[in-house]
Design a protein around this ligand. Sequence first.
Ligand SMILES: *Cc1c(COP(=O)(O)O)cnc(C)c1O
Length: 224
Amino acid sequence: MDQPASPLEDIRARIAHAARLAGREPEQVELVAVSKTHPPERIAPLIAQGQRVFGENRVQEAQAKWPALREAHPDVKLHLVGQLQSNKAEDAAALFDCIHSLDRPSLAAALGKAMEKAGRRVPCFVQVNIGAEEQKGGCALAEVPALLALAREAGIPVIGLMCVPPAAAEPAPFFALLAKIAADNGLAGLSMGMSDDFETAVMLGATHVRVGSALFGARGANRA
Ligand SMILES: *Cc1c(COP(=O)(O)O)cnc(C)c1O
């Protein structure tokens, strides 16, 4: 039996396997390594192993951690995977290479202005509240077309849809639904799948999987 040399190799192999099962190429899936809560000492080894795309969920934490890491590795890309407050839009537009959490008209307006000011058009995913859960981030299903139109008017390059399915539910139907809404709206990108369900997401068309604990270990267990 082949033992994977590292969690990163293991995840990459599992993504490739799921992609091939679905008749897709492994290169069609971007692994976003979600490094939130983990210190630079835990991130550097992944960069050394060749990982180049990372995800954070808080603007302030990313501002504290990433400038030094990126100075050493200018080809690293940083994605925002967590909810974004409109008053942090300028910081986010300056720092991130991709934003997965555009979910409301007020944020589209703020991000449009922020991108103009920063002089960079940051690709965004529109986050959909795919399980229609109270208290969960994401745009309601019925409001996706209107939000897409607003985002385009604001000059935001929207590259796809993103979702986090309800925690206790079987994720596949939600991934399939997100893929259908994306196709209906002419969007190619699908940010879906986390540590527990990324293979399912890849089989259902994910172009970006956001994997944290399967790569870094449980959050809050940093000193291992
Ligand atoms: C934390 C987080 C992830 C990664 O979760 P894991 O279960 O640790 O893989 C993915 N997406 C979002 C939006 C997150 O906040």
